[in-house]
Ligand binder design. Sequence first.
Ligand code: FES
Length: 105
Amino acid sequence: TRITFVTPAGQRIEIDAENGLSVMECARRANVPGIVAECGGACSCATCHVHVDPEWCAAAGEAAGMERDMLEFAEDVRDSSRLSCQVKVAPALDGLVVHLPAGQG
Ligand code: FES
């Protein structure tokens, strides 16, 4: 499943992500800058925050429950905000584009 990360400077980093893992885990494996993931995916640090590209918000779904609460600790939170450790890679997300918030990592 292809996922593209867009850095604050506009650089596009495309990775081949493994289905079943989280977007965060795949980003860490590929050394994508700006996904710090201090808590290791436990939904308790908000340093894996991304903005989902508008075209992909419906497919990726919205933050809910604990994830939404934790997003309050992130900066520049928008409607499209997700914690990437809570987004699971699946074939339906092939081509997914997410933007890395400025000032993270
Ligand atoms: Fe900590 Fe996602 S890795 S909230």
